[in-house]
Design a protein around this ligand. Structure first.
Ligand code: UDP
Length: 325
């Protein structure tokens, strides 16, 4: 069975592709390589192209027997989305709509969509369930919420079956060290901490230590990228077996503060890590922790990396071996 993965050269996408190949699926990756890395795609067919190209999308669906699509291609930086909203609405909504139209025209019925905890905005209660109010504080979160709404209508009107996966903080790397997290510029906490240890960066800032949390720094729910990847396959298989469209949170259900992440990285790397206190980053909620009970129950999904230490260990293995050349 052939699965198309948009954004398959990106951080999460490349781990999804590797997991699909490991489970015996044929894979076709579509990625514009704007942020992705060609060498992160460890197998399958690769097409360099953009979702803006409607003709290409039609050619792909008419030329390949694609059973379902895992759609990860998107811009994903909260800060950037607040400076350049048009870029986010265009890429994450309009171009994503081209993909849905091409799927409908070519009778491809299943989509697993890469969504985000940013659809919830500032949490009213923790842990966050899928029923939590949807009040995104960023254009990024809103663009993902718009797409979820479009998916719901496409289900109602065209019979498209979808699963939307709302990720909390993806982290870690393939344990074999073949692929890992490599953003340019890097904005995420764990890679920044590890790059500081490796001397690739001079300074590490904690973005605010006056939050109403146990140590004043922000709390996040870190989930291993391979646990996320596996859940995409479970979601796709459930759709194909006839499960109706659903939305799931994906996290470990455990929150760690920025200071706790740094402390755990010190333990894993065996090095002392100095951090300065900086200003709060606009749009950062104090705490985001998932309730992922629904995915665990309905998809029979269980994270294999439930603790921060093993997540950071896998990331350290990747970063300390040099990452992509
Ligand atoms: N963070 C930080 N310093 C950094 C990068 C991130 O203190 O150099 C904090 C950030 O404010 C947030 C947490 O680390 O509370 C996780 O941020 P990240 O960008 O990794 O993920 P996000 O929560 O934005 O998806």
């Amino acid at each position: 069975m052939k699965v198309m993965v948009t954004g398959g050269a990106g951080y999460i996408g490349s781990h999804v592709v590797k997991a699909l190949l490991g489970s015996g699926y044929e894979v076709l990756v579509l990625d514009n390589l704007d942020k992705g890395h060609r060498e992160a795609v460890v197998g399958g067919d690769f097409i360099e192209g953009d979702l803006a190209d409607k003709e290409l999308l039609d050619d792909i669906f008419s030329g390949h027997d694609i059973e379902g699509v895992i759609h990860l291609a998107a811009h994903s930086l909260v800060g950037e989305s607040m400076e350049d909203p048009g870029k986010y609405y265009d890429n994450n909504v309009s171009r994503g709509l081209n993909l849905l139209e091409a799927m409908i025209n070519n009778e491809v019925e299943y989509m697993v969509f890469s969504s985000t905890a940013a659809v919830y905005g500032e949490p009213e209660e923790i842990p966050i369930t899928e029923e939590h109010p949807l009040q995104p504080t960023s254009v990024y979160g809103e663009s993902k919420l718009f797409y979820e709404k479009i998916l719901k209508r496409y289900d109602q009107i065209h019979g498209l079956q979808y699963t939307s996966l709302r990720y909390f903080n993806a982290a870690g790397a393939d344990p074999r060290g073949e692929i890992g997290e490599a953003h340019e510029p890097e904005t995420h906490l764990i890679p920044i901490v590890l790059q500081t240890v490796l001397g690739k960066r001079d300074e590490l800032y904690i973005f605010g230590d006056d939050y109403p949390t146990r140590d004043g720094t922000c709390i996040r729910d870190y989930i291993h990228v391979n646990d996320l990847a596996r859940c995409h396959i479970l979601a796709l298989e459930a759709l194909i077996e006839g499960m109706p469209s659903r939305i799931y949170n994906l996290g470990n259900g455990e929150g760690y503060s920025v200071r706790e992440v740094i402390k755990t990285a010190e333990k894993v790397t065996g090095q002392k890590i100095d951090a300065k206190i900086g200003k709060r980053r606009p749009g950062d909620p104090a705490a985001l922790v998932a309730s992922a009970e629904k995915a665990k129950e309905e998809l029979d999904w269980k994270p294999e990396y439930p603790d921060l230490e093993s997540i950071i260990e896998s990331a350290w293995n990747w970063h300390s071996s040099g990452g992509f050349s």
